[in-house]
Design a protein around this ligand. Structure first.
Ligand code: TA6
Length: 301
């Protein structure tokens, strides 16, 4: 069996092959400021932590279920979000997060950050998705340093436009979901999944979790902040080329219903996701390339 990653892509002491959840092949990245892990399965960031701090990403305490999407970290959602309209048998949140991606390139940047680029090309599912054979390429460029930068690039190499939804579905570690607030989405419109996707407007106040919360905010390019008094930090979620933000906490009952999530895990995470979904579905013309970026960092409260 060939090596999961080309040997020339290793960076001594900074980027090496390791094992992620369930023994999945992962790229382990160590910088002077932080550490990260990314599985080839889904090009999925499963860990990002600044040295001496609680991880910024959250991973389920539940058992990883072979072949299923990894619960936690940053699932890459593409080319649809949630259920696929008109295709009830298609998996939720698209197919990119359950494909094995190729590590295409690595490099150490002058500031000590380390960048890894993962690539996913059409396979069995693309002809089903796009009649022209889905001649597209997806890249996930991950730069690990004092901050975590994730760039999701879609290249349409086909002869027809492609429509897609996308999201970096980040699970953030928090001290207690009942004690935090999410700022940046005040007055934005959202679709409330806990209320038959009714369209509502966020009041001019931060989001606080008081029950199951599952909201797709649309037509908003603002950055978000998670204010966490318990961990005495603010998590900054900056974005470029993203008009949607999804905010989710399953709360008590939904958490119990998810087989790969610990019953009490809901207390210690909040999802604030960067993407383009629903009203903000992307149409990419032939030959075009488009990149959505999110930068995650933390500052003391
Ligand atoms: O992003 C929020 C959401 O769509 C929730 O409705 C919940 O389904 C969550 O994603 C997790 O989805 P998954 O398919 O990973 O279980």
């Amino acid at each position: 069996m060939s090596d999961p990653i080309d040997l020339h892509l290793y960076i001594d002491g900074k980027l090496e092959l390791g094992k992620g959840p369930g023994g999945l092949d992962s790229v382990e990245i160590t910088t002077p400021f932080s550490r990260a892990s990314v599985t080839l399965f889904g090009a999925h960031v499963t860990h990002f932590a600044l040295n001496g701090e609680q991880p910024l990403t959250f991973m389920s305490s539940g058992k990883y279920l072979e072949g299923k999407p990894i619960r936690g970290g940053v699932p890459v959602i593409f080319p649809w979000f949630g259920p696929r309209a008109g295709h009830p048998s298609s998996p939720a949140h698209g197919v990119a997060r359950t494909q094995v991606w190729q590590l295409e390139a690595t490099k150490e940047l002058p500031d000590g950050s380390v960048q890894a680029t993962f690539k996913l090309e059409p396979s069995k599912f693309s002809s089903e998705l796009w009649p022209d054979g889905g001649n597209w390429v997806l890249r996930h460029m991950i730069t690990v340093g004092k901050v975590l930068t994730m760039e999701l690039e879609v290249e349409n190499g086909g002869a027809a436009p492609i429509d897609f939804e996308e999201a970096l579905h980040t699970y953030f570690t928090v001290s207690d979901a009942r004690e935090i607030e999410v700022r940046g989405l005040e007055n934005a419109d959202y679709l409330d999944k806990t209320d038959a996707l009714k369209r509502k407007t966020q009041p001019g106040e931060p989001i606080r979790f008081t029950g199951e919360t599952d909201r797709t905010y649309v037509n908003t390019g603002t950055n978000c902040v998670i204010v966490d008094p318990g961990l005495k930090r603010r998590i900054l979620i900056e974005k470029t080329n993203s008009l949607s933000a999804i905010v989710w906490n399953p709360w008590i009952e939904k958490a119990k219903a998810l087989a790969d999530l610990g019953d009490d895990d809901w207390i210690n995470f909040a999802c604030v996701e960067t993407g383009n979904v629903a009203d903000n579905t992307v149409t990419l013309a032939p030959g075009e390339t488009r990149t959505t970026v999110t930068v995650i960092s933390s500052v003391p409260l």
